[in-house]
Every structure is written in C-alpha cells, then in structure tokens.
Design a protein around this ligand. Structure first.
Ligand SMILES: [Zn+2]
Length: 260
C-alpha cells in the first residue's frame, strides 16, 4: 500500500493512488462533506458506459457510490420474447448486478417511461429529492448539451433531459430551500453539490485513468445481458474505445467545480 493511506483498511487507498494526476476533488470531512458520489443516468447501462470505472475506483477508495436510473428501460430490446414488464424487471436486475460488481452500494429507479422522458417539474423534483436525500459531494451524469457527440453518435433525448434536469437540480433547486419546499417540510435539507462530472461531452476537461479497473468495467457492462453480447468482438470494441494514445484506458468527463 502506498504511503498516506488510512491504516488498517483494505479500501484505504487515497484518490492520488487510484486516479493519478487528474484526480477528482476530495471532500472536506471536517466541514461535514461526505465521500459520496451520485451517478444519475437515463437508462439501465448508461451509468456503466459513462462512469463504471470511476465508480469502481471511488468505491475502492471507500466512497459510497449510489446509482439513480431515471427511466425503466422498457424500450431497450427488439426481442419479441420480452414484454415491457419482463424487460423492466430484467434490466433492473442487470443494473443491480452490474452495480454489485463495481462496489456501487445502491441503485434506485425513478420509473419514468423509457423513450418518453420530458423535462418536467416531476422529473426535476424527483432528482432534487435524490440529491437532498443522499447529499453527494460529486454528481455524475450525461452532458445535456450535445445533440450529436463527436460527430459519431446521436445523444438520446432521454440522456439530454436527464442530464439537464440533473444539472438544474444541483443548481439551484437542491441547494435552495424555497425550491420544492414540500421536501423541506418532510425533513429533507437543502444540499450543495461541490462537483459535477458530465460524460458524453464533446469538450472533456478531465480524464480518469481507469486502466486498473477496466476489466471490472467490462464485467459490469456484460452484466446487462439483455443489451450486450458476451463476445470477443464487443469486448475488443469497448477496450479500443476507451484507450488513449499511451495505451491507458480512460473515462472522459466535463468537470465543473462549484463554489461553496
Ligand atoms: Zn441510454
């Protein structure tokens, strides 16, 4: 174990050891900040494409990582053997299995209909509630801005809407007590998120080195058995997609550090 580790724990590595030089921010625990990361994704599997490596590294460093999935994944199969109900149940279980592989401690499902997500008070309130409930230091989600990513992918409208509602929930609605005051009346407190990380960004400014956990990320993706073939071609395609010029595997984000 590297110097500077907390003594005694198996998961005691610091972020420096795990992430290398582009490391994420560290909570100020003396000021009451907690080592918590909330990953908010549109569909089951999106969080794993976007941030599974980072989630695994944070979990190894002793962080509590929680996934929130906005939609039910009910449109994600062409297989006539699936009814929407069976598909929803299968994809929830797949997401829980993937999370368990990564050390993500819990997964919550907001249950909006796949492919039909609209920007609404209901969605914004649901995400605001998740942030106030969990009180994360960092929030990871879809970059809401690109319609086209790297001139190669159309960014699904559910992704853009989830990302936009999440950014809006971080600031201002989760932060300010006069937004969704009924949540405050129920006992939830306003919460200030310190950092946002957006995946699917056209202009990433933060590259996490996930080389050490790349096989764990692949295993998490393969847990989505209704979505991906467990074959060499798919796995090699993924490996190539994440590799940089030096042969290291990366997850790329647009990082926003918010003021206290
Ligand atoms: Zn998706």
């Amino acid at each position: 174990m590297a110097a500077g580790c907390v003594s005694g724990g198996a998961m005691a590595s610091g972020l420096e050891d795990l992430f290398g030089k582009e490391r994420p921010g560290d909570p100020d625990e003396a000021a009451g900040e907690r080592r918590r990361a909330l990953v908010i994704a549109a569909h089951p599997d999106d969080a794993d494409f976007g941030a599974a490596g980072t989630a695994a590294l944070l979990a190894r460093a002793g962080w509590h990582v929680r996934y929130v999935v906005a939609t039910d994944g009910s449109k994600g199969s062409d297989d006539p053997a699936y009814t929407p109900e069976r598909l929803v149940a299968a994809r929830e279980q797949e997401q829980r299995d993937a999370a368990a592989i990564l050390g993500v401690r819990d997964v919550r499902f907001l249950g909006f209909t796949d492919g039909e997500l609209t920007y609404s008070r209901e969605l914004l309130g649901a995400i605001t509630r998740e942030i106030r409930d969990f009180k994360p230091f960092a929030v990871y989600t879809h970059d809401p801005e690109p319609v086209i990513i790297r001139d190669s992918f159309v960014n699904h409208s559910d992704h853009r809407i989830t990302g936009l509602a999440t950014v809006d929930a971080v600031y201002p609605t989760a932060r300010d007590r006069l937004n969704f005051p009924e949540q405050i009346a129920e006992g939830l407190e306003p919460h200030k998120v310190r950092e946002i990380y957006l995946w699917g960004a056209n202009e990433p400014n933060f590259r996490a080195d996930i080389t050490e956990v790349v096989e764990t990320k692949i295993a998490a993706l393969l847990a989505h058995t209704s979505q991906f073939p467990d074959d060499r071609e798919f796995i090699e395609m993924m490996r190539l997609r994440w590799k940089d010029a030096e042969g290291r595997s990366r997850e790329e984000f647009r990082r926003i550090v918010l003021f206290r």
